[in-house]
Design a protein around this ligand. Structure first.
Ligand SMILES: [Zn+2]
Length: 500
């Protein structure tokens, strides 16, 4: 059972401050005096706090532009207000203004290196914007400075997950040919295994498990159910008819079942919005349970927006369909983290292309080939399997292997020459069994493949065999022509005929 999920990152929204306004006394006619935690503060400081408090409310309502404006004003009134600068960094990240967000958080850290939340939020923004190395370094620094912080466990967990992602990305990147342009992230998503639903399972039976009124898990909303169903439909649409779903009324017999819960222990790690628990074997995927959390998992989440749940559904369904590993690009729904920007995310062209690639008939399931099993989607492996089969005399199955190898790379000379050679043998077997028509097309294909064969003896052998068939077919003129061609190929070089 493999478990795939989506890492949320850490953002800390600092809570509003309490202000006590004092009353002016006769001795101090300047007006109202303000106190914060028992200390008197200036009017500018007071205004900054009021703006900060205002932004706290607008942020939680998702009004990020408005929150950013209040926080900018607060920071200009009181540049020493760490909370305002930290929250400004967070709001800017939500608005997708990553560079400015990072700049604000760095400034906050340089002014107030003891504010743990600024360090954690900075690492989180790096993570959510796809800068995974910086995120790991950020969480490490956070742990070094604040080992007893309540967020330390989660940071350690994120470091482990992100390092694993980075390690896989690096090893896939290394295996790609220089300059090789990929329209999809197939090598990344299949790093640990290639698995998918067998085509005969389509349409997949999906039990959405929509909670009924009165039985809603805490924080569940009807639009979440709609987001889930819509996400299934979107993947189906973008799969180029490779994947389809049939929604069923019961978990019994369902291929994919879904679980809505606010119980955080139902997912493997505390940083997950959802999780796809995938059971698969060497035949492919056998069953998936998708767990979706209805509760807040980062401190800045108040009312979980529908589009965040929608993206989480798209992501977990992607795993459930066999996109086991993550995309290295933050613009794809199969990126490893919740995006920093609070925007609606859709299946990207690369997401769709990767799913379609996975469901090509020549892509075969591989059960954890990184743990010892060979990868049958590798042209060299397929060629070698063909060679083994040819040596046992199983020319037909050998030919299938070479064909599969060539399908992956039409320019692969070894597989082409080998296919030419075994088709010669297949053609002889067909000729001997009286299947002359099929035998002839086999010889012809073999000769086409052998055009670039560097060993003329092999080409000549195929031609001679074909000429035998032509004689049986009572086409002597063609047979003679073929023999002459074969002879010209293997005629010894003139120099060797020189007498000593
Ligand atoms: Zn995931």
């Amino acid at each position: 059972m493999a478990s795939k999920a989506w890492f949320a990152f850490h953002l800390t929204l600092l809570a509003a401050s309490l202000i006590f306004a004092g009353t002016a006394t006769a001795a101090e006619p300047a007006g109202t005096r303000y106190y914060l935690k028992g200390k008197e503060i200036s009017a500018a400081q007071y205004q900054a706090i009021m703006l900060f408090n205002e932004s706290y409310g607008t942020f939680r309502e998702g009004k990020y532009e408005q929150a950013a404006e209040s926080l900018r004003r607060a920071v200009s009134l009181n540049p020493d207000m760490a909370e305002a600068r930290c929250n400004l960094g967070l709001v800017l990240a939500r608005l997708g203004q990553v560079d400015e967000s990072i700049q604000q958080l760095k400034q906050c850290i340089s002014q107030f290196p003891d504010r743990s939340e600024a360090w954690a939020t900075l690492a989180g923004v790096y993570q959510g914007s796809g800068q995974l190395s910086e995120a790991v370094a950020g969480y490490r620094e956070f742990l070094r400075r604040f080992p007893k912080d309540e967020m330390a466990g989660k940071a350690a967990c994120l470091i482990k997950d992100l390092e694993k992602e980075l390690g896989e990305q690096a090893s896939v990147a290394k295996s790609l040919k220089p300059g090789e342009k990929e329209d999809d992230y197939f090598p990344y998503t299949t790093y640990n295994c290639v698995t998918k639903w067998p085509s005969e399972k389509m349409p997949l039976k999906v039990f959405l498990n929509e909670p009924t009124a009165g039985n809603f898990p805490p924080n569940y909303r009807l639009e979440f159910g709609r987001a889930l169903k819509d996400s299934f439909e979107q993947w189906s649409e973008r799969s180029n008819n490779k994947v389809s779903f049939d929604f069923v009324d019961s978990a019994a017999g369902a291929d994919i079942d879904c679980l809505w819960t606010s119980d955080i222990t139902k997912v493997t790690r505390p940083s997950e919005r959802g999780e796809a628990k995938i059971a698969y074997s060497s035949r492919g995927i056998e069953h998936v349970t998708i767990v979706l959390l209805t509760c807040a998992i980062t401190p800045d989440e108040n009312r979980l927006p529908e589009h965040v749940m929608h993206t989480a559904c798209l992501h977990e369904i992607g795993h459930a369909l066999g996109l086991m590993g993550h995309s290295p690009h933050p613009s794809d729904v199969m990126f490893c983290s919740v995006p920093a920007a609070d925007q609606k995310h859709q299946i990207s062209p690369a997401d769709a292309a990767t799913l379609q690639h996975l469901y090509l008939s020549e892509v075969l399931p591989v059960y954890k080939f990184h743990e010892g099993q060979v990868n049958p989607n590798d042209k060299i492996v397929l060629n070698n399997e063909g060679v083994d089969l040819a040596q046992t005399g199983d020319f037909r199955r050998a030919a299938e292997k070479f064909e599969a190898s060539l399908k992956l790379d039409q320019g692969y000379g070894a597989a082409r020459n080998n296919l030419g050679a075994v088709l010669n043998n297949v053609a002889i077997q067909l000729m001997e069994s009286g299947n002359w028509q099929e035998s002839e097309s086999c010889f012809k294909r073999a000769m086409t493949l052998q055009v670039k064969e560097s060993n003329p003896a092999k080409r000549a052998s195929t031609m001679r065999n074909y000429s035998c068939l032509l004689r049986r077919l009572n086409r002597p003129a063609e047979a003679t022509k073929m023999e002459t061609m074969a002879q010209s190929l293997v005629r010894p070089p003139v120099t060797s005929l020189k007498p000593r």
